[in-house]
Design a protein around this ligand. Sequence first.
Ligand code: PMP
Length: 422
Amino acid sequence: MGQVTPAPRSAAPHARPSTGTRLDPWIDSYADRTHGMRASEIRALFAVASRPEVVSLAGGMPNLAGLPLDSLAESAQRLIATRGATALQYGSGQGDQTLREQILEVMRLEGIDAHPDDVVVTTGSQQALDLVTRLFINPGDVIVAEAPSYVGALGVFRAYQAEVVHVPLDEHGLVPEALDEALTRLAAEGRTVKLIYTVPNFHNPAGVTLSLERRPRVLEIAQRHGVLLVEDNPYGLLGFSGEPLPAMRSLDDEGVIYLGSFSKTFAPGYRVGWAVAPHAVREKLVLASESAILCPSNASQLAISTYLAEHDWKGQIKAFREMYRERRDAMVSALSEHIPEASWTVPDGGFYTWVRLPDGLDAQAMLPRAITALVAYVSGTAFYADGQGADHMRLSFCYPTPERIREGVRRLSTVVDGEREL
Ligand code: PMP
């Protein structure tokens, strides 16, 4: 065989661009949709906040201490031993049939009456958010979202080059009049509004819940303007008092895409969530999901299905609710004791308190000093598409113990006091 002389690099049709002094030689090759992608502030904080000496009020990690790990391990082992050929195989793009039936039972707790065919299992509800956005958003289309909004949703919306228009929240959730006004104004401007994105229960980051009275009003406004509503509901079963409110999807099955998740009521590590959408949308969701991941993990789905069948999952949710309620109480009483000049929401469920700082303080600017004082939080700016929010911070009470929460808020108060003296 003759010797092959490699072509000089510069002569190759797709020659690698010169690296020069740039860090990323492919900088000119990325698609336009990547321009809005940036590391979430929470991820950037994660390394610092997970140092043991730091009290992290930043992350939204559920506390898994109460899970029956021994019995879950036994179930997982048995699953592979008895149904390994299925659990370790590819599965249906729409998700495991038995799990979809069990998901109906979970959703019934919030008044949703659906059929197993209505459910599309996804890799966490985060993937469902990605799929929905992929299906509906052309660059420049508008998504109306609460101010503030879940940071992970904003990241997806940016990645698909949506324009986010914020509508205010108050202590009763999304303000219907403001929604109506925004949709009317956007229509008059000739803008294409594709989705309304809302977290109606125990909002991330605001901690508030859309009142029962507002739910049909918000749906009526969405219907009148002909805009699909995305109901993102990972926290709905984690209420601290009373029964869960009826899901928006239970009031309207044609105009709502409902997103659910096992991340907060069981375990995020399995990465199982789901979407329930109007019929035609659902078929497209399955196609989009198949092209993204072929199918959700059978091993994860069967593990969750086994958990739901064999464990007292409702009792587990009740235990989580009690644990989180105690932590919410610790957070709120520590805020009253140490930072009474701030104001905050008192969530009736979920993981988060939304704190408004005393006038003139900037949560983002203050963060390095907070880290020095060994406490972490997420600055409010992470939760807006337009740079607002520096006067707020999100404090999570899900992960640290009540004692650590109290100590974290005490440390935070020293930082706030220091700022006010500057
Ligand atoms: N929506 C909201 C409002 C969330 O808070 C989260 C997780 N923090 C998600 C969606 C994504 O959850 P998962 O992908 O784990 O289901």
